[in-house]
Design a protein around this ligand. Structure first.
Ligand code: PFF
Ligand code: NA
Length: 456
């Protein structure tokens, strides 16, 4: 039975189940948790939004995550080859390998703007550490962020640094690169998060934050808020971008996909909630706006750090943590392209890393310029960055996720999926119902709503 032993060399497999969990949690926990989740929750009224988000993670996110990991583990190759192999096994048409291609492309496009935002986080480490925000008035801190965005060369420098760090790790391969980095960085990230939550309790506004995040007020929740919660649930778990598929392909047979996927989802959710609990008490303590938008982290927080006791120290810790979170996700976004170049085009890992890194670097310039010299190159009122984010997060990730769900639910033989998921148990049957009916229905509804055919 070819699926029971891995066809990959040992250096290309996670050495333990924990390593896979940490690497996959590294892929999941990223800018989505610490930068995006708090501000979208803030903009959508808090509690009720958080509740919908949690339901989406549990009922849709977890089964989809399992589907994507399952394809990777059974396919044992890069997303394109894995899809081709499983389509053949199921007696389906080879067109399904385009789902793998879509995943590789999605990760590639997403990384091109992810490195730019990660670059802001990296730039804010020395800025905070040098006390640049200490005692500075709020308006001036807002100007500092805007000023930072106005300097294309500096932005390029920081995003290039993010990319070089990413390639430096991914270039070393699965065991020596991805696994080693995740084993070191992920525990560190959670320790820093807990320290920051502890610090936030000293502001005296922790209760306000708890109420804001966990007391649902359904008046504040709109239909578009529900859609945002749903889209964010996919984004935050890294579903549909080929990342979890390639990480799954390095997972040895015999490890429970259900248990590990649930754990990854729990860690990702914990990171988002802890980030909220670290950020909102500070925001409320200084009378700032929780719905501060994308600038919440880069303007609102520095304002607060500038006034708090030990703000320089904890502010620095915060931006280190944000950078670490972004970096471990960046690894997972480039790995599908690299594995594809190695396995399909026969390149060395070094060559594949340099080539895909160069492509991402070139494309990242579009995002960099959209904040300054290219601010008015717009399409339907959206800048290059906004268009790319909308295309990837709003369309490509959900479409990739939908196709992977349909493939495992309706194309693969039940025997094959049952074998990967450890047999025909009650849990397996629940997964199958969710992935066959609930997931496709809900994603179709989002698409119809987005095209304007139905309105919620
Ligand atoms: N899950 C990451 C985050 O929350 O920041 C973003 C992400 C990474 C999305 C990898 C998709 C992906 F394939
Ligand atoms: Na996430």
């Amino acid at each position: 039975n070819p699926t029971r032993t891995s066809s990959r060399p040992l250096q290309q497999q996670w050495s333990t189940r924990i390593s896979f969990i940490l690497a996959a949690a590294g892929a999941a926990v990223g800018l989505g948790n610490i930068w995006k989740f708090p501000y979208v929750a803030g903009e959508n009224g808090g509690g009720a939004f958080v509740l919908v988000y949690l339901v989406c993670i549990a009922l849709l996110g977890v089964p989809m995550l399992m589907a994507e990991v399952l394809i990777g583990r059974r396919g044992q190759q890069n997303p394109v080859n894995s899809m081709a192999r499983l389509a053949e096994e199921a007696g389906a048409r080879p067109v399904w390998k385009n789902v793998g291609r879509l995943g590789v492309l999605t990760g590639f496009l997403l990384l091109s703007f992810y490195v730019v935002v990660a670059g802001w986080a990296l730039a804010y480490i020395p800025l905070t550490a040098s006390g640049s925000f200490a005692g500075v008035e709020p308006a001036r801190i807002g100007q500092m962020f805007d000023g930072h965005l106005q300097q294309p060369l500096s932005l390029v420098g920081w995003s290039t640094l993010v990319l070089i760090m990413t390639l430096g790790i991914v270039g070393r391969g699965v065991r020596k690169g991805l696994e080693k980095a995740a084993n070191l960085l992920m525990p560190m990230l959670f320790v820093f998060l807990l320290i920051l939550v502890g610090y936030a309790t000293t502001t005296g506004h922790f209760d306000t934050a708890l109420a804001f995040m966990f007391e649902p007020n359904f008046d504040q929740l709109t239909a578009s808020g529900v859609l945002i919660a749903l889209g964010h649930a996919f984004f935050t778990l890294s579903i549909g971008g080929g990342a979890m598929m390639i990480y799954g392909s390095y997972l040895s047979p015999g490890v429970s996909i259900a248990r590990t996927s649930i754990l990854v989802a729990v860690l990702d959710t914990a990171a988002a909630l802890l980030a909220g609990l670290a950020i909102f008490p500070i925001v409320f303590a200084y009378g700032l706006e929780p719905g501060g938008g994308p600038g919440l982290i880069f303007v609102t927080l520095p304002i607060a750090f500038g006034q708090m006791p030990l703000g320089t120290l904890f502010g620095t810790l915060f931006f280190i943590m944000l950078s670490v979170a972004a970096l471990t996700s960046a690894f997972s976004l480039i790995e599908p392209a690299i594995a594809w170049l190695i396995e399909k085009r026969g390149m060395s890992r070094f060559k594949a890393s340099v080539l895909s890194g160069s492509g991402i670097w070139l494309l990242s310039l579009g995002t960099v310029f959209s904040f300054n010299i290219g601010a008015d190159w717009t399409l339907a009122g959206k800048t290059f960055f906004e268009s790319l984010d909308y295309l990837v997060s709003g369309w490509m990730l959900p479409l990739g996720g939908l196709l992977m769900a349909l493939f495992t639910a309706w194309v693969m033989k039940p025997d094959a999926t049952a074998q990967e998921l450890g047999g025909d148990s009650a849990g397996y049957r629940l997964w199958r119902v969710l992935i066959r009916y609930l997931v496709p229905t809900v994603i179709m509804i989002i698409f119809l709503q987005a095209i304007g055919i139905i309105s919620l």
